[in-house]
Design a protein around this ligand. Structure first.
Ligand SMILES: [Fe+2]
Ligand SMILES: [Fe+2]
Length: 333
């Protein structure tokens, strides 16, 4: 059931009707450039006389990070580095486009502002990994090359409702993931990586707040279509943006990376359930009244979904060692 002219018109109307609201929120949901952190704030200053000492310190701390956590960090970095794919996708969402590339309309400003904040994530992680000397950078770079070349279809059909449900979920997922890496890095004694992943998680938290807020507004204006979109997106399941990552010698790379993420506790099936629960709660799904039978069915499905996923999560066991070319073919697990 894709977007038809009949289903698109009211959705476009809703998107345009919250444009001013979005415009009024941009300055709090995104940070002004002048007040924003930049990757170099967290990295050795190579113009300084003691640059070698600074690099040595970074490498010394990075040596304490386990191979498993390095694999997760590489996967997270590769995901961030495919940002061109995500900006292209965002600009395909009906009504959320930037028609001229420099439009001052709120949705266009949001799209560019979000992208410019996100751009620092891959940049910072990439430089940290390069300086750490822990990973096979050529292999990692080849994976990024493949991923952008392969593309990504989040199954949102250019529908802005499906799109914002997707991003609400996805930003919370990346927030959780970066925050957990930050915690594990601290535990391993790498204060730099702790700060790096912490500051990125902070951005993801703001972006999550933004997309959830946009979708909350849409729920208020158009509850029936919103609840159907939410249920549809959950039935399709949220596909992670790096699903098409590949590398010459690594089959099923995404699947294998996500197993390591699950095993290290960085991003797990329980997190998936928790995100659903959070969104159901935030959008007040249970409290919606006056729904048609079909919409009430979607409501019931959504309200029970987190528990269903939690039960499945308890049955998942991840084991078995695995090799990754990112860490020179060494075995993890
Ligand atoms: Fe990000
Ligand atoms: Fe993000």
């Amino acid at each position: 059931m894709g977007l038809t002219e009949k289903t698109l018109a009211p959705k476009m109307e809703a998107i345009y009707s919250i444009e001013d609201f979005v415009g009024g929120q941009i300055d709090t949901l995104l940070r002004p450039v002048g007040e924003s952190w930049q990757p170099s704030d967290f990295l050795p200053d190579l113009t300084k006389e003691d640059w070698e000492g600074q690099v040595q310190d970074l490498r010394g701390a990075a040596a304490g990070i386990s191979d498993e956590l390095m694999v997760v960090l590489v996967g997270d970095m590769v995901t961030e580095e495919a940002l061109p794919t995500y900006q292209t996708w965002l600009n395909r969402l009906q009504g959320v486009t930037d028609p001229s590339g420099v439009s001052e309309r709120p949705w266009a400003r949001w799209s560019r502002g979000w992208t410019s904040e996100e751009n620092r994530h891959g940049d910072l992680l990439n430089k940290y990994l390069y300086l750490s000397g822990r990973v096979d950078m050529r292999s990692v770079e080849t994976t990024i090359h493949h991923l952008i070349n392969n593309g990504f279809d989040p199954q949102t059909e250019n529908d802005p409702y499906l799109g914002f449900i997707y991003t609400s979920f996805q930003e919370r997922a990346t927030k959780i993931s970066h925050r957990n890496v930050a915690t594990l890095a601290k535990r391993s004694g790498d204060e730099t990586l702790h700060r790096i992943c912490g500051v990125i998680a902070g951005d993801e938290a703001r972006h999550e707040k933004a997309y959830k807020l946009f979708m909350k507004k849409i729920f208020e204006i158009d509850p029936v279509a919103s609840i159907h979109a939410f249920a549809l997106m959950m039935r399709k399941k949220i596909v992670m943006p790096a699903i098409l990552m590949q590398n010459g010698n690594d089959d099923n790379l995404y699947l294998r990376f996500s197993k390591v993420a699950q095993r290290t506790g960085v991003y797990t099936a329980k997190d998936y359930a928790e995100i659903i629960e959070d969104l159901v709660e935030y959008w007040g799904v249970a409290a919606l009244t006056g729904l048609s039978d079909l919409a009430a069915e979607a409501q019931e499905y959504l309200c029970k979904l987190a528990t269903r996923y939690r039960t499945i999560a308890e049955r998942i066991s991840i084991n078995g060692p695995d090799r990754f070319s990112w860490i020179f073919g060494r075995e993890v697990g």
